[in-house]
Design a protein around this ligand. Structure first.
Ligand code: SAH
Length: 359
């Protein structure tokens, strides 16, 4: 048995079955054997590929979106620019290059990165250190003041819980050990307290239905909502997911661009789940933020002028570069590729016009 699996098995023998969220937190973040502690997941040699790795236009347009919002809140200087889970740093690099065309905006930016992986922190430091990026543990550690926050494919990495409809009440799906000491899924007892965790609109689904909830995402949305209610700012989330809330098990493991077993060799594969944007939006709204979206990534990028940006970049590009720019952007926008599955959600302070792309 691989090392992290043995650690998890010991913990289950000691404390009983784990929630899927507890399992995910260990599998992804354990400082020794966790996936993010040991892997640099991005790129063709890694386990998955993301929008900023596919096209520079993605980060550039997000930079221009932030610049536009910054004008709406009166061009504060300084303004905090925070990124959650910056990965290779590509998004921010493209963002800053676009921001440099508006020197006043670029100069006002004070960069903060929230990154759990020491490997990726090193990579981000090398790529963005000269831009003066600070690392912080979470949004609670950000200084006060006007905020621009961006996060691409961050929410899908947060630990989820799975709840299963039983005969009468709901039960929690847990990670347990079988007789051979292998990790297996096992449902806990039906319990009215678990039923209360299920979004009310989904409680009447039939026996066997699975619903996912993400307490960490809800807590993040609430904290951001509270902050945006009292200090000007915006938070832009891009991720694959759905709205309205819906039943269905979406938790999946990915290793080298292929599906893997969620419980097989924990720490060796990325784990993620589709984002319930409706639940995320509701938590932010309840805490005082105004929510725009979600709308599809395809529509968002098109509304921000992706085609014009492509045309501009194509001037002076070689034939091969032009083809790569075109196919990269098509992959992000095409409804059959990432254009529809990926959604964009903005949380903003009250009393402001709709941000670019959402009007
Ligand atoms: N935004 C990047 C990377 C996406 S992968 C891109 O689009 O390419 C998810 C990122 O979130 C990684 O950088 C990962 O290390 C980070 N991450 C995952 N869970 C985290 C957590 N709980 N706290 C901080 N960072 C986390």
């Amino acid at each position: 048995m691989a090392e992290l699996a043995a650690t998890i098995a010991r913990r289950i023998r000691r404390e009983g079955p784990l929630s899927i969220a507890a399992f995910m937190a260990i599998a992804l973040l354990d400082p020794e054997g966790g996936y993010y502690a040991r892997h640099d997941p991005l790129g063709t040699a890694g386990d998955f590929i993301t929008a900023p790795e596919i096209s520079q236009i993605f980060g550039e347009l997000i930079g221009l979106w932030c610049a536009d919002f910054w004008r709406h809140i009166g061009r504060p200087d300084p303004v905090i620019l925070a990124e959650l889970g910056p990965g290779s740093g590509a998004l921010l690099e493209d963002f800053l290059r676009a921001a440099a065309t508006l020197p006043e905006f670029r100069r006002a930016l004070d960069l903060y990165l929230v990154e759990a992986s020491p490997l990726l922190r090193d990579r981000q430091q090398r790529r963005l250190g000269s831009a003066g990026a600070h690392f912080v543990a979470g949004i609670d550690a950000l200084p006060p003041g006007p905020l621009l926050l961006i996060a691409n494919e961050f929410l899908d990495a947060l630990p989820i819980r799975q709840l299963v409809r039983g005969r009468i009440e709901w039960a929690e799906r847990l990670v347990a050990l079988d007789e051979g000491d292998r990790l297996v899924f096992a449902d806990g007892p039906e319990n009215p307290a678990v039923t209360l965790l299920v979004p009310p609109a989904l409680r009447a689904h039939p026996s066997g239905t699975v619903v996912e909830i993400c307490p960490a995402a809800a807590a993040l949305a609430a904290a951001l909502g509270e902050r945006l209610a009292t200090r000007p700012g915006a938070a832009l989330f891009v991720d694959y997911g759905y709205s309205p809330s819906a039943p269905g098990a979406t938790l999946a493991a990915l290793r080298r661009h292929a599906a893997a077993g969620v419980l097989d060799d924990p720490g060796s594969a990325d784990l993620s789940a589709h984002v319930d944007f409706a639940a995320f939006a509701a938590a932010a709204r309840a805490a005082g933020a105004v929510v725009h979206g979600p709308l599809t990534q395809g529509r968002f990028l098109a509304a921000l002028g992706a085609e014009a940006r492509l045309a501009k970049l194509s001037v002076g590009a070689t034939e091969a570069q032009r083809a790569a720019l075109e196919s990269g952007l098509a992959r992000l926008i095409d409804p059959a590729q990432m254009g529809n599955l990926f959604k964009v959600l903005a949380l903003i302070s009250p009393g402001l016009p709709a941000p670019a792309g959402f009007d």
